[in-house]
Design a protein. Structure first.
Length: 414
């Protein structure tokens, strides 16, 4: 009798351990990957391409983060006391679900002027026997390039700083998923929701993307929660409002992307061809607008982007399980990008903007709610990514980011 009791106790412990692991995996899936200048972004998890066919009737998840950064630039003039430390941001987000309805929103607060940024806010409704159809409306991530972010580090990739991955816009969209296939069709009214500063890069200073269409198709091999690869193609185009009288220019972009995870390795690749057709003779705030480049902003900081060009990106990451444990993880990564253009070689100040190289090498450490990114950032003519000036020379910067992330979920059956 004692032997049977011992076996039952042992089996019960094994079941309890298995249930704990399942709970942990589900929570990790909901959290997503909080790397890349992003919070846990639980409210955007569906853009990762995973279908959920069983769900509670009613849920509410609240989350957020806070970050602090230390940086050391190449020039001693930028860091007279051996580098600088600063508050990064405070973020609050929420995700809700009621039967087949869902919503997400996020507000961010940064330590600079116009730093109150509405990151996203949307509502969606699923249809079909297996929730294969979804209609969505609001201010949300454009399905263009590799999802969810298109880079592994905290600082971001060149495609992000040019507005061609992890970019938001205001509109309505439809998504269809079946088996390994996914199709997105979205119509966007504008790319800033009336904000002076945005999280992603967008045209500004007399240029604005409006009345656009985005199409994306993707195919995934393997299991999305295991070894897999996703191949995607997308097109994005529409009107470009230019000048004080909002003359009708046009813009168009194509991208092909591939992303995969195999064992401890992760790889992302993306190619972008973009074009801004800027009409001649336009002025904004008393200044003539060039046609070979457009003004852009990221977090409200101005820069310029060539009117036409190609972007090439290759990102590689490797988890280091030997260094981690049950609740600690380590990941090495490198996000590399290059922008080539035969136009917009110089801006109004005579700085180069048409030949940009940008690279981020880092180590990410995750322990419970704490995330740390140790990054070395280098760029040539990469002022649009915060590494400058655009003088044709290489510039570098060391950056350390500490982040605390939290979320809490409330489940309630009707």
């Amino acid at each position: 009798m004692k032997t049977k009791t011992s076996k039952l106790d042992k089996l019960k412990k094994q079941l309890d351990h298995l249930q704990a692991e399942i709970h942990s995996l589900k929570k990790a899936q909901r959290r997503g990957n909080p790397s890349a200048d992003a919070t846990t972004d639980t409210a955007e998890i569906e853009d990762g391409g995973s279908q959920q066919h069983s769900r509670p009737n009613k849920t509410l998840t609240l989350g957020g983060s806070a970050t602090v950064e230390y940086e050391k630039k190449q020039s001693a003039l930028d860091n007279t006391a051996g580098g600088s430390a600063s508050f990064g941001r405070v973020v609050f987000n929420a995700q809700g679900q009621y039967k087949r309805w869902s919503f997400g929103l996020e507000q961010r607060f940064y330590n600079f002027e116009n730093g109150d940024i509405f990151h996203y806010g949307w509502a969606a409704r699923d249809f079909g026997a297996a929730d294969q159809h979804r209609f969505k409306a609001g201010f949300y991530q454009v399905p263009f390039g590799n999802l969810r972010y298109g880079f592994y580090g905290f600082w971001g990739s060149l495609a992000h700083f040019t507005g061609y991955t992890n970019n938001q816009a205001a509109g309505v969209g439809y998504r269809y998923e079946r088996g390994p296939w996914r199709f997105d069709a979205d119509v966007f009214k504008n790319d800033d929701a009336g904000q002076h500063a945005t999280y992603g890069t967008n045209p500004s200073g007399g240029y604005e993307r409006i009345n656009g269409l985005n199409l994306r198709t993707a195919y995934t091999t393997g299991a999305r929660d295991g070894d897999h690869a996703t191949f995607s193609f997308a097109a994005r185009g529409g009107r470009l409002s230019v000048g004080a009288h909002e003359a009708g220019g046009h813009r168009f972009a194509l991208t092909a992307g591939a992303a995969g995870d195999y064992g401890p390795w992760g790889v992302q690749a993306q190619i972008v061809q973009f074009n801004f057709d800027v009409p001649d003779g336009q002025r904004f705030e008393g200044t003539s607008l060039p046609t070979d480049s457009v003004a852009i902003e990221h977090y409200g900081f101005p820069s310029r982007l060539p009117a036409r060009g190609q972007i090439y990106g290759l990102n590689i990451a490797r988890r280091l399980p030997a260094l981690g444990g049950d609740d600690v993880s380590f990941k090495l990564y490198n996000d590399a990008g290059y922008l080539h253009s035969d136009e917009g070689e110089f801006d109004a100040a005579g700085q180069r903007i048409g030949d940009t190289a940008f690279n981020v090498t880092g180590l990410a450490v995750h322990h419970g709610p704490l995330f740390v990114w140790l990054e070395g950032i280098a760029g040539r003519n990469a002022g649009l990514a915060g590494i400058g000036p655009n003088d044709g020379n290489w510039h570098w910067q060391a950056n350390v980011t500490f982040g605390l992330f939290f979320e809490g979920e409330i489940d309630a059956a009707l």
